[in-house]
Write a protein that binds this ligand. Structure first.
Ligand code: ATP
Ligand code: MG
Length: 243
């Protein structure tokens, strides 16, 4: 398949049907997801937009096997995540999913290279830490500790760590949430490049509608439902984005 080209004719990588998630807080029920039907395709880069509380993180966490739905189906290829137990979900995450969060969670006592190596040492077919860090433009910072790196550089180490095991899916929850626009763009460039060069199906959650231009497809959540879906004719180069 062409790098970055969404294979929307093939079978989806993820398929959710009537997916719901209800949290209970005492007497109160919070309907975080109210029946989400969503297909995600191999290699596509999807930006997920929506107001605070609309259910974005809940949906991403269920796709990533970090949480389970209250009802409905979620399937990753032929793994029925909605029927999987803890052990199966742990194995699924380990083999198939890379995560990037707003805060980088790097190990402070390890260099950039060692932070990435901590993951590649236990993966079955990893990139070298050097290659993963080169992909995010950090070759010159490879022996630096997190405290010696800027926020954007630390986030790019976190991306290198997430992609080094060559996951089929990369799930990013507000990856630029703690960064200014110029630094955030470097992080988005790294995600764009990783998606194009490794073909990993990528979901980026953001509050920030101006990021949507870099996506193949944009999905909007409102109050636990998908309220909008559009496909961009062309992916905008992240370097041309600002907010
Ligand atoms: N563990 C939890 N217990 C109770 N309610 C929760 C829990 N996690 C999320 N919620 C509620 O579910 C709804 C959806 O939350 P979610 O975190 O998915 O939203 P979000 O779109 O990611 O918001 P944000 O943009 O602020 O991160 C919110 O009303 C939230 O308060
Ligand atoms: Mg969230």
């Amino acid at each position: 398949m062409e790098p970055g080209a969404a294979d929307s004719n093939g079978s989806p990588v993820f398929r959710t049907r009537r997916l719901t998630k209800t949290y209970r807080q005492g007497e109160v029920k919070i309907h975080a997801l109210r029946g989400v039907d969503l297909d995600l395709y191999a290699g596509e880069l999807v930006v997920m937009l929506g107001a605070s509380g609309s259910g974005k993180s809940t949906l991403l966490n269920i796709l990533g096997g970090l949480d389970v739905p209250s009802s409905g189906e979620v399937r990753y290829r032929d793994i029925e995540l909605s029927a999987a137990g803890d052990r199966e979900l742990t194995q699924y995450r380990r083999e198939h999913v890379g995560f990037v969060f707003q805060f980088y969670n790097l190990i402070p006592s390890l260099t950039a290279r060692e932070n990435v190596a901590a993951v590649t040492e236990i993966a079955s077919n990893p990139m070298s830490p050097e290659d993963a860090l080169a992909l995010v433009g950090l070759t010159a910072r490879i022996d630096h500790f997190p405290a010696q790196l800027s926020g954007g550089e630390q986030q790019r180490v976190a991306i290198a760590r997430a992609i080094a095991k060559r996951p089929e899916v990369l799930l990013c929850d507000e990856p630029t949430g703690a960064l200014d626009s110029a630094t955030g763009v470097l992080v988005l460039e790294a995600l764009d490049k990783a998606n194009r060069e490794t073909g990993t199906t990528t979901v980026i959650i953001t509050h920030n509608a101006s990021i949507a231009g870099m996506a193949d497809r944009v999905i909007t959540l409102s109050d636990g439902n998908i309220s909008g879906e559009r496909r961009n004719k062309q992916r905008q180069d992240p370097r041309t984005l600002s907010w």
